[in-house]
Design a protein around this ligand. Structure first.
Ligand SMILES: [Zn+2]
Length: 57
């Protein structure tokens, strides 16, 4: 199994790739998209925990 794939779109990586930790992205747009999704996930979790902390009405 090759990990020479973009973590976002799964496309082949060219000589110019962008990294984020151990992840690789074929384009800067892919990296941005991935980080954006990660951020959204985190925000959704925070929202959910805030909802739980408030308790049921
Ligand atoms: Zn990509």
């Amino acid at each position: 199994m090759s990990n020479k794939r973009c973590a976002e779109c799964g496309g082949k990586l060219g000589p110019l790739m962008h990294r984020h930790w151990s992840l690789r992205f074929c384009r800067l747009a892919c990296k941005k998209l991935y980080l954006h999704k990660l951020d959204e996930e985190r925000r959704a979790k925070v929202r959910w925990f805030a909802f739980l902390a408030r308790g049921s009405p």
